[in-house]
Ligand binder design. Structure first.
Ligand SMILES: Nc1ncnc2c1ncn2[C@@H]1O[C@H](COP(=O)(O)OP(=O)(O)O)[C@@H](O)[C@H]1O
Ligand SMILES: [Mg+2]
Length: 356
């Protein structure tokens, strides 16, 4: 049985919908593919997608806090510290010691969904991870930078090996800032899904994303040598391909009719310029990309109608397909969802899943 794909959900910008989108893609993928195991690795210290998966709201929050405060945290931090303490070349720990079965915490979700939870302690331990990655190589064959950067790739490989009765699909939620744990998340991903909003900072973030992954040409005379891009090139570690830009919250200022233009104006041109210079940064498509319209068709997807229904459902840790027209409690308020909006939102999620 194989790893079908490893999708990192990343943009170098906060609040664009990474965690909410991770939640819906993973839960819906697991629902419509009952014979595939779905693994979410939450490499964001805010642990928002973990909270949604483990029940949403205060229930999800409490569950995540309990995992983080266990003697051996059942989280990304527990896994990282155990592997690092074992040293390079040490036997990998059993992934099941750290991974939770989501359904055991939240029976709204299917039993083929697994989580390596996010953990706020990623922040305080990150200097220690950086030190390990930058430690001098003590033997001709040891490469601390490669070992540390590959930790979550190796974790997913090991999870697939232990659960080899089924194929595995991996979704990785990320922190926007390009700290060490985001570098680990990026190295663990084969493909990137990049949520973008309709604003200038999304355009700037799209440019920054390509530079963080691949560097500038020419490299900066001083900082160029320090970057992830330079080291990934030097050590031949994995750099994921950009697969899709996902337009989210586009209707916030513009109204639905202008959503498509808003996405094109904000981010498509920036990414298309990068594509024309470096098509190898992107996944390939059967239909050639000869102009910006082709690029938009091939590499962007709109999460249309992903508004209140998507946000409320994620807050409740539920599946869109299970939601009924009703009033739902969110932060002490009653929010009304009608069936049409729920169905539109589910269609929007399915339209993205059809392309991954
Ligand atoms: N399409 C949308 N419409 C309205 N609110 C949204 C939408 N997508 C996300 N949100 C809300 O925006 C906030 C940020 O979303 P989140 O998924 O946490 O983003 P990120 O992980 O990129 O920081 C959350 O409060 C979420 O509920
Ligand atoms: Mg997030």
């Amino acid at each position: 049985m194989a790893i079908l794909n490893r999708y990192g959900i990343w943009n170098n910008k906060g609040g664009v919908g990474k965690s909410t989108i991770t939640f819906h893609l993973a839960t819906r993928y697991a629902e419509v593919n009952p014979n595939v195991n779905v693994l979410v690795i939450d490499l964001c210290p805010q642990a928002n997608s973990s909270m949604m998966l483990l029940g949403g709201g205060t229930i999800g929050e409490t569950n995540v806090i309990n995992l983080c405060t266990a003697a051996t945290p059942q989280t990304v931090v527990g896994y990282l510290s155990t592997v690092i303490a074992g040293g390079q070349g040490g036997a990998l720990p059993n992934p099941d010691t750290f991974t939770v079965s989501v359904n055991a915490y939240n029976n709204n979700l299917t039993d083929n969904l697994f989580l390596l939870s996010g953990d706020g302690n990623l922040e305080p331990i990150s200097p220690a991870i950086v030190n390990q990655a930058n430690a001098p190589a003590l033997t001709p064959t040891s490469q601390p930078w490669v070992w540390i950067h590959n930790i979550f790739r190796a974790y997913a490989d090991e999870f697939a090996r232990v659960h080899n009765n089924r194929d595995l699909m991996v979704f990785i939620d990320t922190n926007p800032a390009f700290g060490i744990y985001t570098e680990l998340a990026i190295t663990a991903s084969d493909r990137l899904l990049c949520p973008v909003n309709a604003d200038d900072s999304s355009r700037t973030a799209s440019n920054a994303m390509a530079i963080l992954l691949h560097g500038t040409n020419p490299p900066h005379p001083i900082y160029g040598a320090w970057t992830f891009a330079t080291k990934a090139g030097q050590f031949h570690t994995h750099v994921p391909l950009i697969h899709l830009l996902i337009g989210n919250r586009l209707t916030q200022f513009e109204g639905a009719a202008n959503a498509f233009n808003a996405l094109s104006d904000a981010s498509i041109q920036a990414l298309y310029n990068i594509y024309t210079a470096n098509p190898g940064y992107f996944t390939t498509r059967p239909v050639a990309t000869n102009n910006i319209q082709d690029f938009r068709t091939n590499y962007s997807a709109l999460l249309r109608d992903f508004n209140t229904a998507g946000v409320v459902t994620a807050h409740l840790g539920n599946r869109l397909s299970q939601m009924r027209a009703n009033y739902y409690p969110v932060h002490g308020q009653q929010v009304q969802l009608n069936k049409q909006r729920i169905d539109e939102c589910l269609d929007a999620v399915d339209s993205i899943l059809a392309r991954i």
